[in-house]
Design a protein around this ligand. Structure first.
Ligand code: ZN
Length: 165
């Protein structure tokens, strides 16, 4: 069985080994001195490194493949976040809404929101919360299933050196 990624140097996808790193000291020191961000960056740069057993090249394992539906769910979350961001922006800078046409339908809608603000908030906020939570769940579940299925066709994890002949 081959891997879902290739070695960037020799293009082999047959076998990859876990790269052992010296854990601890530098990471700890970075954490104490710089806080969580440099530590996370350091952890990220040392983690998930694999070695091609064909040519010996060491590189970062490409991220696990993502289910298409999970990408869609993430796009929904990003869209909601951007919408809330633009809502806050338009609230802060009202001139930004000057492009909205003075159409009768639009005015009726604005009138409705002005007359029933509690009802609008009570329906829109739960809707957004439910959308975001369900999108997160869909993304996690879809990726887990997708990767489980891929395991039938591809190797996903590098192997310890002891398991490599
Ligand atoms: Zn290679």
């Amino acid at each position: 069985m081959s891997y879902y990624f290739d070695c960037p140097k020799c293009r082999s996808n047959k076998e990859f080994a876990v790269v052992q790193t010296d854990e601890g000291e530098l990471g700890c020191l970075l954490f104490l001195l710089g806080g969580i961000l440099p530590w996370l960056l350091y952890e990220d740069s040392t983690k998930n490194r694999v070695q091609c057993t064909n040519c010996g090249h060491i590189f970062r394992q490409p991220p696990l493949p993502r289910a298409p539906i999970a990408n869609y769910a993430i796009a929904i979350i990003i869209l909601i976040v951007l919408t809330i961001g633009s809502l806050l922006l338009m609230a802060a800078v009202p001139e930004l809404t000057s492009w909205i046409p003075n159409h009768a339908g639009v005015e009726a809608l604005e009138d409705f929101v002005a007359k029933h603000p509690e009802a609008v908030v009570a329906s829109v906020v739960p809707l957004l919360v439910v959308l975001v939570i369900s999108a997160i769940i869909v993304s996690i579940v879809a990726n887990r299933r997708y990767r489980l299925e891929l395991r039938g066709y591809f190797e996903m994890e590098p192997k310890p050196y002891s398991e490599i002949k």
